[in-house]
Design a protein around this ligand. Structure first.
Ligand SMILES: Nc1nc2c(c(=O)[nH]1)N[C@H]1C(S)=C(S)[C@@H](COP(=O)(O)O)O[C@H]1N2
Ligand SMILES: [Mo]
Length: 158
């Protein structure tokens, strides 16, 4: 069992080091075997860029603005799930047990700051593993970066 629930709010010192070199992550669908998703597969889906993104760390200050690129989480879910009634929320969890929960409403009604992304590029260059590949970017979250999940390991569909 995990010592900490990665989905509960918590104060957090950001982990500077990737938990592994492996960028491929798993998607877990109800009643199905997990599927493996690579950067290569993400790069073949429609690409979206979101400019003016900031990573606001309570301990280390703000960095940015960044232009993150990749696949919107909505486009990704649509590419995986044909039946859009089959889910209500997603859990995005990193290899170092850091995570956040995303509701369907957040994806269907994106904030004016921009859509939630599975980011694979930063300012037009491939995101390095150290920079978080594959990283969740939630453009409207500018409090403490607790939703800007680096090193996605699992996406669970609920
Ligand atoms: N996987 C993972 N993602 C994470 C964290 C972490 O520890 N592990 N820390 C978060 C916090 S608290 C901050 S402030 C930012 C730091 O992002 P940066 O390393 O790009 O500055 O990452 C966020 N995403
Ligand atoms: Mo943070």
């Amino acid at each position: 069992m995990r010592m900490n629930d990665p989905l509960q709010p918590h104060t957090h010192e950001p982990n500077p080091l990737p938990p592994s070199p492996e960028t491929t992550f798993e998607i877990q669908l109800p009643h199905q075997q997990p599927k493996h998703i690579s950067i290569e597969m993400l790069s073949q889906l429609p690409q979206t860029e979101v400019a003016d993104c900031y990573i606001v760390s309570t301990g280390h200050g703000t960095s940015g603005p960044f232009r993150f690129g990749g696949v919107t989480l909505l486009d990704f879910v649509k590419s995986i799930l044909s039946n859009d009634k089959a889910w209500q929320q997603l859990e995005v969890i990193s290899g170092d047990d850091f995570g956040t929960r995303i509701t369907k409403k957040e994806l269907l009604e994106p904030d004016s700051a921009g859509p939630i992304l599975l980011a694979i590029t930063l300012d037009g260059h491939p995101l390095t593993r150290e920079q978080g590949a594959v990283r969740l970017i939630v453009p409207n979250e500018t409090d403490d970066a607790l939703r800007q999940v680096k090193w996605i390991g699992e996406v669970r569909v609920r």
